[in-house]
Design a protein around this ligand. Structure first.
Ligand code: CTP
Ligand code: CA
Length: 227
């Protein structure tokens, strides 16, 4: 009831969000993934929807329920996530990359389940770097100015320096930093917003509260931009 009286800050906006880990196959039954639970990305999707946006969530494997009113597309690998995002990016006003996208995939995947060797040896995996989805999307914004791109970064050290540098390197207006990997799978988080003017700390809170604050911070910046 309260919400219905509030101004929907993202009404009429289309928002594309990535969330969760990716899964990079080794063979038909094995793969490499990471500890992202998807909780933050799903909270951001829910908050954007609450704010009136039309939300598409491109999700790696998670155990989470789809937020109400959100369109969800499931993927496994970073390449699939890249392809689904690029196929849907046109017409989006906001892109928020919350997913913990694998930086590498296995180059020499096996079509058959790899058998254990009698001599005690181990398979030699080779890796190749995955495309950077966020940077690719950011590179497409140069003409129209859309979509407004937001990145997430979990840093295990030097968050202040790395956060600001990562925002610049990715060529995005807003980067959300947190100290990882302690926050992976947790319900609470502390985040820092890096933009062209500096940084803002959002004090420790549950991920939905932070997601709602992030959504209003994004809306505020979009409003300023269109003045
Ligand atoms: N990201 C992406 N595609 C990738 C890798 C990362 O879209 N292949 C996005 C993430 O969703 C996140 C942001 O980029 O929004 C930052 O991810 P992060 O792993 O912190 O940055 P990297 O550029 O991969 O640098 P590194 O892992 O070396 O710190
Ligand atoms: Ca990375």
């Amino acid at each position: 009831l309260v919400a219905s009286f509030q101004h929907k800050v993202l009404a009429g906006r289309r928002v594309l969000i990535t969330a969760g880990p990716t899964f990079e196959p080794i063979d038909p039954v094995r793969g490499i993934t990471n500890l992202s639970s998807g909780k933050m990305g799903y909270a951001v999707a829910r908050a954007a929807r609450e704010a009136g946006a039309e939300v598409t969530l491109v999700s790696g494997p998670t155990a989470l329920a789809t937020p109400h009113g959100v369109r969800r597309i499931d993927v496994l690998t970073a390449q699939q996530m890249h392809d689904v995002v690029m196929a849907g990016i046109e017409g989006q006003h906001i892109f928020i990359g919350v997913a913990a996208v694998a930086d590498w995939r296995v180059a020499n995947t096996s079509d058959q389940k790899i058998k254990k060797l009698d001599n005690g040896g181990a398979p030699q995996l080779e890796f190749v770097q995955n495309a950077d989805i966020l940077a690719t999307v950011a590179a497409t914004t140069t003409l129209s100015g859309w979509p407004y791109c937001v990145g997430f970064a979990a840093e295990s050290e030097n968050l202040m320096a790395y956060g600001a540098a990562k925002r610049e390197k990715k060529g995005i207006p807003l980067l959300v930093g947190n100290i990882g990997p302690q926050t992976f799978g947790q319900d609470e988080n502390t985040i820092i917003l890096f933009d062209e003017t500096g940084h803002t700390v959002l004090e420790r809170a549950d991920k939905l509260t932070l997601a709602r604050q992030l959504v209003s911070e994004i809306a505020k910046r979009l409003e300023r931009r269109s003045l």
